[in-house]
Write a protein that binds this ligand. Structure first.
Ligand code: 4NP
Length: 154
């Protein structure tokens, strides 16, 4: 069993989308039983809220359903409970590294490190236009495929 936590700032745009994309890829490959997947935000301002409408709409157009997700903040226990803690951008990464025990640092990395040819970070789409949400999904799909390719080869 591999436990994967996707992390962004608010847990209403990027990391819920990453969770849904990754879960869809797991289902396509028949691997759901081998993974536990969740998402969280380094900030708690949107705790308990459903994902952003724009993120939900962009995801729905590609067949991903975010409707059952609710935002939560990262908890200290996450660093024990997950095998991989995947940050969307460098700010999320630095926040996680600053609060995690040093023994957990090797499980914390940028999600785009699996698809470095595309981007280094998944940029925050919150204050931008609709095309930002499409770009986010393009990046998440590439990184999800690359992560699964790597996991399956191990
Ligand atoms: P996320 O996007 O980190 O991808 O969920 C954001 C959501 C909310 C805010 C910033 C980014 N905010 O400032 O409220």
């Amino acid at each position: 069993m591999t436990r994967v936590l996707f992390v962004c700032l608010g847990n209403i745009c990027r990391s819920p989308s990453a969770q849904a994309v990754f879960e869809a890829r797991l289902k396509e490959r028949g691997l759901q039983q081998q993974f536990v997947v969740d998402s969280a935000g380094t900030g708690g301002y949107h705790e308990g809220e459903p994902p952003d409408r724009r993120a939900s709409a962009a995801a729905r157009k590609r067949g991903y359903d975010l409707s059952s997700q609710r935002a939560r903040a990262v908890r200290d226990s996450d660093f024990n409970e997950f095998d991989l803690v995947l940050a969307m951008d460098n700010s999320n990464l630095q926040n996680l590294l600053a609060r995690a025990p040093v023994t957990a640092h090797d499980k914390i990395r940028l999600f785009m490190s699996y698809a470095p040819e595309l981007a280094q970070e998944v940029p925050d789409p919150y204050f931008g236009g609709d095309d930002g949400f499409e770009q986010v999904l393009d990046m998440l799909e590439a990184a999800a495929d690359a992560l699964l390719d790597q996991q399956v080869r191990r």
